[in-house]
Design a protein around this ligand. Structure first.
Ligand SMILES: NC(=O)c1ccc[n+]([C@@H]2O[C@H](COP(=O)([O-])OP(=O)(O)OC[C@H]3O[C@@H](n4cnc5c(N)ncnc54)[C@H](O)[C@@H]3O)[C@@H](O)[C@H]2O)c1
Length: 436
């Protein structure tokens, strides 16, 4: 694990090496010499024998005191007074996997700015890469974060061992996934990425905070979140989410265009189901300027035939122009999803999140991760809205997406606890265009 220091360090409850203030031994002295030369981050051995030569690829495991080598004039001994002065909350540990990827390049800066967790919420990042990839890009990310001088960012640790990086995590934002190569079938992707989420679920189960909130973005995100949840029985099932906010944001945008209104006029818009082409943007319950959307936009043909493919195809439209996937708007959607959980939901509003269907009020099969309309009390405590009207059209569409989720669950049953042989009945390609 490699670590950089942020200006305001907070002591954790684990044993830290403290380059300037800590116990001195031969290894620490070597570290101190580097910090004295002005290095801001340092590669740390996994408990090396002193004198052993270190290589970057071996770097893992060890923490150092985050406050010890700040270049700014902050005295870490004043931490408690500083917390009191700004009425700051205790530092939140946020683990992010796939942190060297395209989405992370935007997301980390949004999370660090305070715009998602709140301006009174210091955070410490744990950035996780895959074991196959070099840690150099994560070092670069850490250095860019450091240069951004975010006052709420207290610490950045990087590494490629989930068991280390998820320790005591309060949030896990899981972007890490193997990209979908041209021609990869969804069933194959479910297996490849499912294995990643099986391992990461087990690691979260072992070391994360019991109340850890987990937001899965890596595709196929609903079933990855399901695998992760089922492999983490110590954590609360209701704390697992798969990202549907990008679909919701796109649906809001298209509805605003159609109605010739600003997007803030659109409320109560949920996208149900799976993050795939079977998703169901719900125009029945949506409002525009407080009125039912179908009364404001009197174009049933557009709602029933054009709305869903336009929303589901949006990523492909963008990607064909950018020649890469639309990572920035995805990062915004992840930030929006976090914020929607952290802050109380306004009266008359909802947000879409794919959550565990256990006990849901719409008769959707239990034991799936399916998008439904939610509202939050704040601090991650959310409820599924129970007052959405469902007509025959909407029910049929939700059933279609639910059926796909059931098939996906069957397809990854070998990755769930009490593993059973997988029986894959996925007949068609429903992955969204434009997503890696
Ligand atoms: N749910 C959504 O709305 C949505 C939208 C867009 C993209 N996505 C998905 O999000 C994922 C990330 O997208 P991206 O554009 O950042 O992709 P990317 O390929 O740029 O980045 C993914 C990163 O994850 C890393 N990774 C692979 N295995 C890992 C592991 N076991 N642990 C940690 N990291 C690992 C890869 O090395 C890579 O750096 C993709 O699966 C993509 O399809 C989801």
């Amino acid at each position: 694990m490699i670590q950089i220091a942020a200006p305001f360090g907070v002591k954790g409850d684990r044993q830290y090496v403290t380059p300037q203030f800590g116990k001195s031994n031969a290894c620490n002295s070597a570290l101190n010499a580097n910090f004295a030369e002005g290095l801001r981050w340092q590669t740390i051995h996994p408990r090396p024998k002193c004198g052993q030569t270190e290589t970057r690829s071996q770097a893992t495991l060890q923490s150092v005191n985050d406050s010890a080598f700040s270049q700014l004039s902050y005295d870490p001994k004043n931490e408690d007074q500083e917390l009191l002065k700004h009425a700051l909350k205790p530092t939140l540990t946020v683990a992010v996997s796939g942190a060297a990827g395209q989405i992370a390049q935007h997301l980390l800066f949004m999370l660090a700015s305070g715009g998602c967790f709140g301006m009174d919420q210091p955070i410490a990042f744990r950035l996780l890469a895959s074991r196959q990839e070099s840690l150099a890009p994560l070092e670069g990310m850490a250095m860019e974060l450091e240069d951004s001088l975010y006052p709420l960012l207290r610490k950045v640790e990087i590494g490629n061992e989930p068991l280390t990086m998820f320790r005591d995590a309060d949030w896990a934002v899981l972007l890490g996934a193997v990209p979908r190569a041209a021609g990869t079938e969804r069933a194959h992707l479910l297996d490849i990425n499912g294995q990643i989420y099986q391992e990461q679920g087990r690691a979260l189960n072992e070391v994360a905070s019991r109340d850890c909130k987990v937001l899965v973005v890596g595709n196929p995100c609903n079933t990855n979140a399901l695998i992760c949840m089922e492999n983490a029985p110590r954590l609360q099932r209701r704390n697992f989410h798969a990202l549907m906010r990008l679909d919701e944001n796109r649906a809001r945008c298209q509805l605003a265009h159609k109605a010739q209104r600003f997007y803030t006029a659109i409320t109560n818009l949920c996208v149900w189901g799976n993050h795939s082409t079977t998703q169901v943007p719900d125009f029945l319950n949506a409002h525009i300027g407080g009125e039912p959307a179908m009364e404001v936009v009197q174009d049933e043909q557009w709602f029933r035939h054009d709305f869903t493919p336009t929303v589901a195809g949006r990523g492909g439209e963008i990607a064909s122009r950018l020649e890469r996937s639309p990572a920035a708007s995805t990062a915004v959607a992840v930030a929006d999803a976090v914020k929607s959980l952290v802050e109380p939901t306004a009266e008359g509003e909802c947000f879409s999140s794919a959550v565990c269907t256990d006990g849901n009020p719409y008769g959707i099969r239990e034991g799936l991760i399916c998008s439904m309309p939610c509202w939050s009390q704040g601090e991650g405590r959310y409820h599924v809205c129970d007052d959405f009207a469902i007509d025959d059209w909407l029910r049929e569409k939700i059933l279609e997406s639910e059926d796909e989720l059931i098939r996906e669950r069957e397809c990854v049953s070998h990755l769930l606890p009490n593993a059973e042989p997988a029986a894959c009945r996925i007949m068609r390609e429903t992955s969204l265009p434009g997503e890696s």
